[in-house]
Design a protein around this ligand. Structure first.
Ligand SMILES: Nc1ncnc2c1ncn2[C@@H]1O[C@H](COP(=O)(O)OP(=O)(O)OP(=O)(O)O)[C@@H](O)[C@H]1O
Length: 308
């Protein structure tokens, strides 16, 4: 992997003495979608703020595609697009003016065709001459995304992009994220909707109390910490778990009509196959087999909960 963003021993202590980040190390690969998860106050926005030059680090370094973000701020910053949580743009500008301004700010030559593409992708083309202040909340969110893309960044930060947005915008946004990824843009997002991280991300980082607790490829994480809960529906009531199944650590549902077990990690198919074989050999008839895999959300709650 080539690293596009390297964060090394990054710490932030706010003026009131609060340590919001503690020696965070993180390497983001070019072209990946990385989801940073963490409970409220974990330090996600602080981390993004430092990388984007909005918050000053207390210690450590950030290198963006080879440029040190402190020593070579302009070159580092122009590689990055940020979609912040809140709109902080001139409400009297038109949508198109805001995009042109944003592009110019990062030293990029005018490119009306690019801006048109961005606006069309976000269903904003019809609104290009409207004042931002006169747009609906959802449209303002779209403008935030369009602005972040105006200078063709190589890294896009999305800080809680779907908080409070409607289904249509959420769908458009994820479509756009996929398109950007296909073009090679690196995407780093924070979200409270963990199922979105589960759908979209290649890797997951979990931050809590300013410390990066875990960084792992999503599939590996879900295999390692996920569980599968299996329920086998029976055609006839049982009074107890049959002796032949005792070694398999199986439970009988309170109504005697189902056998259940929970398993961590992989190898689930082998265990299920062994179990079904025994049921057949014992003449125990079953009518259904259901398996429920834990979600990234279950894993996240378990991880963070254990630290509380
Ligand atoms: N300017 C500041 N001065 C003092 N403390 C601050 C300041 N800004 C943030 N903090 C504190 O730093 C911690 C991390 O805040 P941050 O906004 O980075 O968290 P977050 O993970 O983005 O949270 P959320 O999910 O709620 O947005 C919080 O406890 C917050 O109260």
């Amino acid at each position: 992997m080539t690293t596009i963003l390297a964060i090394e021993r990054l710490s932030k202590t706010y003026d009131n003495g609060f340590a919001a980040l503690k020696e965070v190390n993180l390497a983001i690969a070019r072209g990946e979608i990385f989801a940073l998860l963490g409970p409220n106050g974990a330090g996600k926005t602080t981390l993004i703020g430092i990388v984007c030059g909005l918050v000053r680090a207390s210690a450590g370094s950030v290198t963006v595609d080879g440029f040190d973000s402190a020593a070579d701020y302009r070159n580092a910053r122009r590689k990055i697009g940020l979609v912040p949580q809140e709109l902080s743009t001139n409400q009297f500008e038109s949508v198109m003016e805001a995009l042109r301004f944003s592009r110019g700010l990062f030293g990029k030559a005018p490119d009306p065709a690019h801006l048109e593409r961005v606006l069309r992708d976000l269903s904003l083309w019809d609104k290009r001459d409207q004042r931002i202040g006169a747009l609906s909340g959802g449209m303002k969110r779209r403008v935030l995304i369009a602005k972040a893309l105006a200078h063709e960044p190589e890294i896009l930060f999305l800080d809680e992009p779907t908080a409070g947005v409607d289904v249509e915008l959420r769908r458009d946004m994820w479509e756009m994220v996929r398109r950007l990824r296909d073009k090679g843009v690196t995407i780093i997002l924070t979200t409270h909707y963990i199922e979105e991280a589960e759908d979209m991300a290649d890797r997951i980082g979990v931050i809590d109390k300013g410390e990066l607790m875990l960084v792992e490829e999503k599939r590996a994480l879900m295999r390692r910490l996920g569980q599968i809960h299996v329920t086998i529906g029976l055609t006839q009531k049982l009074d107890a778990v049959p002796a032949a199944l005792c070694d398999l650590n199986i439970d009988l549902a309170p109504d005697g009509m189902a056998l259940t077990y929970t398993q961590k990690g992989e190898d689930c198919d082998d265990r299920l196959a062994a179990l079904l074989k025994i049921l057949v050999s014992q003449g125990i008839e079953f009518c259904s087999v259901n398996s429920q895999r834990s979600s990234l959300e279950d894993i996240f709650i378990d991880l963070v909960g254990r630290r509380r």
